[in-house]
Design a protein around this ligand. Structure first.
Ligand SMILES: [Zn+2]
Length: 306
């Protein structure tokens, strides 16, 4: 009789604990039905380490949570931003919120349909060489850029909406274009376009799409004169093929500040600005954060503290 009571009490304790946990833990997912290539912002009212996007048991993307502070007297929260890879098919997926390997919560996510443009790009012998010839300097530059994009800082320099980096709306390539490169030697290769290309003349003013810290401002073999800005943990904007760079590495910039003048340096078939957004290393549709804030604080607060 005594033993039965102990089991009963322990049982009640766990039921009570589970109820308390589920009543307390709240999350917000924005948007609830993303398309391939679009970022998803997750806000939570408790401590969580990472968000991982799964297709069944296969991991597709992940992002670390960071603290978002609010004016004094308001409760802060934690946020993570991950991007649905542009190669993902529409359907039902799961975001798992984890503390180390402990599962905190599973969130169902429906990814909707999206079509991408196909294009063929013919490269002359010089551009073919840039893309195909092995070069230790090219490898070192790729490793250096990856080290920047893969790090997750702590600072939220910017959480609002991006502004387009040029005033022109003329685009010569779109995010996620399925590309075939035709080389001068008759061979070919495929790739997916990681950003958007603005067809603007050399010398066009290129502006920071949001405030942040300049982590790279230098010439690179493939992308020419390049600038990379960190806006928030894991969230970066990149500007390629500039004719001239007007900022220094480690400088702080404000949205709208001049970064440089557009050009056709590196692997470019003509003058244009390549503008790219990376979220936790994944290529992300740059238009997504023009249309909505990276972290919509009011919307998140309304969902997790209601
Ligand atoms: Zn491009």
């Amino acid at each position: 009789m005594k033993r039965a009571c102990i089991f009963l009490c322990v049982g009640f304790f766990f039921v009570f604990q589970a109820a308390a946990q589920s009543a307390h833990f709240k999350y917000a997912v924005i948007p609830e039905n993303p398309r391939p290539g679009e970022p998803v912002t997750i806000g939570v009212n408790d401590t969580v380490k990472q968000a991982v996007l799964f297709a069944n048991e296969k991991q597709l993307a992940k992002a670390a949570f960071f603290s978002v502070s609010l004016p004094e007297g308001m409760p802060g929260f934690m946020a993570a931003v991950l991007t649905v890879p542009s190669t993902v098919s529409p359907g039902a997926y799961t975001i798992k919120l984890e503390n180390d390997s402990v599962l905190i919560c599973e969130i169902p996510l429906t990814i909707t349909e999206r079509e991408f443009v196909s294009e063929v790009i013919e490269l002359n012998s010089d551009l073919t060489a840039i893309r195909t010839e092995p070069d230790p300097q090219k490898t070192a530059e790729a490793n250096r850029l990856w080290a920047i994009l893969a790090r997750t800082g702590n600072e939220v320099y910017f959480s609002g909406k991006f502004i387009p980096p040029v005033s022109s709306t003329r685009r010569t390539s779109f995010f996620g274009d399925r590309r075939v490169f035709k080389y001068s030697n008759g061979k070919s290769d495929t790739s997916i376009h990681a950003g958007v290309d603005y067809g603007v003349p050399t010398g066009t003013r290129v502006l920071a799409c949001g405030s942040g810290k300049v982590l790279l401002a230098r010439g690179r073999i493939v992308t020419g004169n390049s600038v990379v800005i960190e806006h928030a943990p894991g969230i970066y904007s990149l500007y390629y093929h500039l004719d001239k760079i007007e900022v220094k590495e480690n400088a702080m910039v404000t949205a709208g500040d001049l970064l440089g003048l557009s050009g056709a340096t590196g692997l470019a078939t003509g003058p244009h600005l390549h503008w790219e957004i990376r979220v936790s290393t994944e290529n992300t549709d740059p238009d997504a954060f023009v249309g909505r804030s990276i972290i919509d604080k009011d919307l998140i607060l309304s969902k997790i503290y209601r």
